[in-house]
Ligand binder design. Structure first.
Ligand SMILES: Cc1ncc(COP(=O)(O)O)c(C=O)c1O
Length: 350
């Protein structure tokens, strides 16, 4: 896609970009027009045709295919859960834990990533002061490591290769929260070496609430217990991640997500990531030039501490820039259709 094509995508799919400079995908990704149309049509069909309008199974399978394409994964390794926390919970609730087992999580990790491990009886949750320390902390007792691929506050991309290598060496399970990465970064889920890679649809997947595409490794398919048994997964064996789907998902949400994922897959994955990282880098450089302390991030999130980040975000909002204030930081986030004009509009408004 060239810049003209991107302009057309903005006009056709994201009309809000005509009104505002949207730099807050890390909180919520606006729904593309095609998503809204497909979801609305599915709702109307449910009302008008009843059971004749459903055809949910074929729809769900096509969403699984799109999600698998996005993750460079076989479709049989992908399931559709309801949240990122549920994805992390596959490992927490699915493993037969032993007394003395330990789980490693980073300090300041998102609560949803950690919470599923907190209620496990004899299991110690060990906190790493920095993600870079995790490979050295993984040892004989470490049964699982859980962390975000991209940190939601600072935007740092975790050193997943080193963490996955340490986990492999100790037969440790690895669960990755990809909420701040999936849909924008080029994620090759099988190559990451994790057992679970999960993201809810409402951020960079521009798919709204309700569905969380989740990659499960072959080991996860073979060994994890099913935390939510139901009619739909009762007969599914260990060969498919559909074993973690207990019931039918909302058909309008599926229909909308299929369009959102098609849109993301319509770009080459490397190009999709490059575009978002280029504008993120432009923002980082512009902020640094204006005296902000910007951290190195390698993601599409740019974050800088600010003594009154809330007020600054509100002020930006008044000037048509959608940004976020997160724990004392101004946070900007970009997607493949963020443009240099968006970056300039932000920098002019600061
Ligand atoms: C890192 C991270 N993970 C997960 C989520 C969302 O979690 P859930 O899908 O459980 O709502 C967020 C939302 O802000 C997040 O920042």
């Amino acid at each position: 896609m060239n810049d003209r094509d991107i302009e057309r995508v903005r006009e056709r799919e994201f009309p809000l970009t005509e009104r505002v400079t949207y730099l807050d995908f890390a909180t919520f990704g606006p729904l593309p027009t095609s998503h809204v149309r497909a979801a609305s049509e599915a709702l109307a069909a449910e009302a008008a045709k009843g059971s004749a309008g459903l055809d949910g199974t074929a729809l769900l399978e096509s969403v699984r295919e799109e999600a698998a394409a996005l993750l460079h994964s076989p479709a049989r390794n992908v399931c559709l859960l309801t949240s990122t926390s549920e994805g992390m919970g596959l490992v927490a609730a699915g493993l037969p834990w032993r007394a003395g087992d330990e789980v490693i999580v980073p300090e300041q990790e998102f609560e949803g990533c950690v919470a599923p491990f907190l209620s496990l009886g004899d299991v110690t949750v060990r906190v790493a002061r920095a993600v870079a320390e995790i490979p050295d902390l993984v040892g004989e007792r470490t049964r699982a490591v859980a962390l975000s691929l991209v940190d939601r506050i600072g935007g740092a991309r975790a050193p997943v290769e080193a963490i996955a290598a340490a986990c492999r060496e100790h037969d440790t399970w690895l669960a990755l929260d990809a909420a701040q990465a999936m849909g924008v970064l080029d994620l090759d889920a099988p190559a990451l070496g994790a057992d679970v890679v999960c993201a809810h649809g409402y951020k960079f997947l521009v798919s709204g609430f309700g569905l969380a595409p989740t990659y499960c490794s072959d080991r996860a398919l073979a060994e994890l217990r099913v935390p939510r048994p139901g009619w739909k997964n009762a007969g599914v064996g260990h060969g498919s991640a559909a074993r973690f789907e207990p019931t039918m998902s909302s058909i309008p949400v599926l229909a909308g997500m299929r369009e959102s994922l098609r849109l993301l897959n319509s770009l080459d994955a490397v190009e999709r990531e490059r575009r978002a990282l280029d504008t993120a880098r432009g923002i980082a450089q512009g902020l640094a030039a204006r005296g902000f302390q910007v951290r190195e991030q390698r993601s599409s999130l740019v974050s800088a501490p600010h003594p009154d980040a809330e007020t600054l975000a509100t002020r930006l909002h008044e000037r048509g820039i959608v940004a976020a204030a997160v724990e004392g930081n101004l946070r900007l986030s970009t997607h493949f259709f963020t443009t240099d004009s968006d970056v300039q509009a932000l920098l002019d408004a600061l």
